[in-house]
Design a protein around this ligand. Structure first.
Ligand code: NAP
Length: 243
């Protein structure tokens, strides 16, 4: 019960990795603010968690929506001690076919959304002189991927943001770290070809795709008191795929 009564905000909590993260925090006593684009999606997760979880609809790429979200959470749940920036989208296509809106949507949700949520939570965390921020990036942000220039750029940007926030807020008891997942079984990877999935299974020393629980374990460590002296870092959770 490492997070007993702590307020934990998880964006993109309606499904996949975010839902796995929300469940793992709830199991350890946290009051989880489950955020998704729709009230129904967020509520589906919140209802499945322990008492104290609440659902919030928010578009993380929209400044006003994010400001309202954190004001509401502060009022209804109290000061968040953990923020997990997990909401993300992909619009994969080759560079020559990539439309401006494919670029803008992915950068706005994945990178600007992460910035907006961090900015919105910072003041209250600074006041409390405690906070844990965990940003979900990707191995694609470290290594690039054909057909994912927009996604890779957004996820690489998260590393720069993470290190800068770590430097800026470290003296206030706030850490900021990133996770770089490999191939995790969720809606996002559902559309991958069988060939690609087989390649991952054959190449990764772990011999399988990852699960949301695999990512959640690393998130909970970085969100815990035990990780106080770790900041600005990235933990890769890919079963050894990129070795
Ligand atoms: P997913 O199953 O597609 O779920 C995406 C989540 O993000 C949903 O809860 C969705 O909410 C939310 N979301 C999307 N746009 C949003 C917005 N504008 N505002 C608020 N919430 C928004 O994805 P996933 O596979 O679990 O991935 C979660 C994170 O891990 C993403 O950042 C992704 O880039 C990263 N990641 C995934 C993998 C992988 O293999 N799956 C690997 C590396 C990194 P709605 O349900 O309301 O749409």
């Amino acid at each position: 019960m490492r997070f007993q009564d702590q307020v934990v905000v998880v964006t993109g909590a309606s499904r996949g990795i975010g839902r796995g993260i929300a469940e793992a925090f709830a199991k350890e006593g946290a009051k989880v603010a489950c955020v998704a684009t729709s009230e129904a999606g967020a509520k589906a997760t919140a209802d499945a968690l322990a008492d104290g979880a609440k659902a919030y609809a928010c578009d993380v790429s929209n400044t006003e929506s994010v400001e309202n979200l954190f004001n509401q959470i502060q009022e209804e749940m109290g000061t968040p001690s953990v923020l997990v920036n997990n909401a993300g989208v992909a619009r994969d296509t080759l560079l020559l076919r990539m439309k401006d809106e494919d670029w803008d949507t992915v950068l706005n949700v994945n990178l600007k959304g992460t910035f907006l949520c961090i900015r919105a939570v910072t003041r209250s965390m600074m006041k409390a002189r405690y906070g844990r921020i965990v940003n979900i990036s990707s191995i694609v942000g470290q290594h690039g991927q054909a057909g994912q220039a927009n996604y890779a750029a957004s996820k690489a940007g998260i590393f720069g943001l993470t290190m800068s926030v770590a430097k800026e807020l470290g003296s206030r008891g706030i850490t900021c770290n990133a996770i770089a997942p490999g191939f995790i079984q969720t809606d996002m990877t559902e559309s991958l070809s069988e060939e690609m999935k087989e390649h991952v299974v054959k190449t990764a020393p772990a011999g399988r795709l990852g699960s949301p629980e695999d990512v959640a374990s690393a998130v909970l460590f970085l969100a815990s008191q035990e990780s106080a002296y770790i900041t600005g870092q990235t933990i890769t959770v890919d079963g050894g795929l990129t070795l």
